[in-house]
Design a protein around this ligand. Sequence first.
Ligand code: MTE
Length: 326
Amino acid sequence: MKNRLSRRFNDPSIASSDITPEQVWVNRRTLLASGLGMAAAGLTGGAARTHAKELTGLDYRVAPEGPPVGEALTPFADVTQYNNFYEFGTDKSDPAQYAHEMTTDPWTVSVGGLVNKPGKLHLEDILSGFDLEERIYRFRCVEAWSMVVPWIGFPLAKLLQRFEPTSDARFVRFRTLYRPSEMRGTRSFTAVIDWPYQEGLRIDEAMHPLTLMTVGLYGKTLPNQSGAPLRLIVPWKYGFKSIKSIVAIDLLDEQPETSWQRLAPHEYGFYSNVNPEVDHPRWSQRFERRLPSSLFKPNRIPTQLFNGYAEQVAKLYAGMDLRRYY
Ligand code: MTE
């Protein structure tokens, strides 16, 4: 049977250094066997169930010494227990503790606005429509911690193309599920965000081959705290652009407001490209704390422009003042 996860990402605009080397194969079957129960969580229905099984039973490419960027993978436990998902609380440990209260099945995503074929897709249809790839990406949070994560997903462009964006579509807006009965963070009087959580990208950013619609990590379907069943990953932008548990996508002719911009426009801009030269008003962005990190082993490393993806994405911002459009 064709191994869907091992399919190589063929886009020529991606430097080969961003792809796990083809010659390096590791049989992860035994490793993944222990994750079977978890992988099935959150996904039911014929296609999705089959798919979840595929996700867990596969061999796929992974570099034994770490990702192609030469950096160690952040352990699964750190990736899934130190999270931001304000719908479940503002503590880093809240999402892992409470996100299981969110029902992720059934799940639909509506795509509308400036498209020729607006519609709603069940998660099962989304999953059966695309080949999944593992992509090891750096992930840099605006709070100056970072990780290296083996995500599993497919390019957002492929999903958008199915709905045929019109030539007027210049931006994409994403919205997260808003279900207070299952999201204790949204019921709190001190809730910081104007729900639902909302993010946006320019259309060329959304169509860029690095922009990933993500359904899994570490060979398993996404745990709820990581944004199950479908989240965005935009590796050259600060982590808050990577909106979780998406239910609606709209193509627009105007730049959408984002949750963080609405909250603190002087701190969070629309672009949010990782940039060591542009400090957050309350802290520097020159360095990051690569997880796992501790007081004694802070793992402090210099932050790179566009999070190290400048070669692939800098051209999207040619001529733009990155201090102004932060
Ligand atoms: N998406 C939603 N819906 N709600 C959130 O609070 N937090 C964002 C982003 N996506 C957030 C979200 C922030 S601030 C970050 S840093 C990343 O998710 C964290 O992703 P992780 O928990 O997988 O590391």
